[in-house]
Design a binder for this molecule. Structure first.
Ligand code: MN
Length: 245
């Protein structure tokens, strides 16, 4: 099996290193990831400047672009083959509910999916790298167990609780939960006294009920949500047609 690995935390992040180490024994891997932390980059493409692909001493490729750039360039320019799987992560922190719209981790996987390749985004349920090798081993287990059996093409959003490998035993299918609106921006001043803004933290959970990704991870279970890309609000189509008539 040939696996393309990317992320949004950058090619030096512990999460992508752990994932590459875990997958190397079961697949031919290639890592193409941003040269810096691009968390929150969503599905953005860099259209206003050229992209360069460089190779680090450990063999990882790094790109002066977004997660989506990385997978796009890898699939259409760098690789001379089509990978069997695109994986992204393992992200430092959760990508649940509305996070998935902003996430560069999910976006990297989505780019693979848009090219018709099975794709999986991996994130840890909480911030901190303490159990990252456990999460990576668990991610490999999931790929080995389910890669062949799921209907294709699939785009899976996986959140893994931060806990030792021996305690990563429960895996459940979930739907995305929902967050309240984001916290306000944080006002500050630059050194010259000009007002500046930092984007604030995401909102607290609004729908974290049973069946959601939030609920699963809070209860120590690995959450797998199947995603789709079509944003059409299908249940509103008929009402809109009527309103336009
Ligand atoms: Mn990130």
């Amino acid at each position: 099996m040939r696996i393309l690995i990317s992320n949004d935390d950058g090619y030096l992040a512990p999460g992508i290193n752990a994932l590459a180490n875990a997958l190397a024994p079961i697949a031919d891997i290639v890592v193409v990831a941003p040269d810096s932390n691009r968390s929150g980059a969503s599905n953005s493409l860099s259209l206003d400047r050229p992209l360069s692909v460089q190779r680090a001493a450990n063999g990882f490729y790094f790109v002066n672009g977004t997660p989506t750039d990385c997978v796009h360039v890898a699939l259409t320019g760098v690789l001379d083959y089509r990978p069997d799987l695109v994986v992204s992560g393992i992200n430092n922190g959760p990508n649940m509910g509305d996070d998935t719209l902003y996430s560069g981790t999910v976006a990297a996987a989505t780019e693979g999916y848009l090219f018709g390749i099975p794709a999986i985004a991996f994130s840890q349920g909480t911030f901190g790298w303490e159990h990252i090798d456990d999460a990576a081993r668990h991610a490999r287990d999931l790929i080995e167990r389910y890669y062949d059996t799921l209907p294709r093409p699939y785009l899976l959003n996986v959140n893994i609780p931060n806990r030792p490998y021996a305690h990563l035993t429960e895996v459940v299918a979930t739907r995305l939960g929902k967050r309240h609106q984001s916290e306000p921006v944080i006002r500050s001043q630059d050194p010259r006294g000009k007002e500046i803004f930092w984007i604030g933290p995401p909102g607290a959970t609004k729908d974290a009920g049973e069946g959601t990704d939030f609920f699963a991870c809070a209860h120590g279970r690995t959450s797998i949500t199947p995603l789709q890309v079509d944003l059409t609000h299908k249940s509103q189509l008929a009402a809109l047609e009527k309103a336009l008539a």
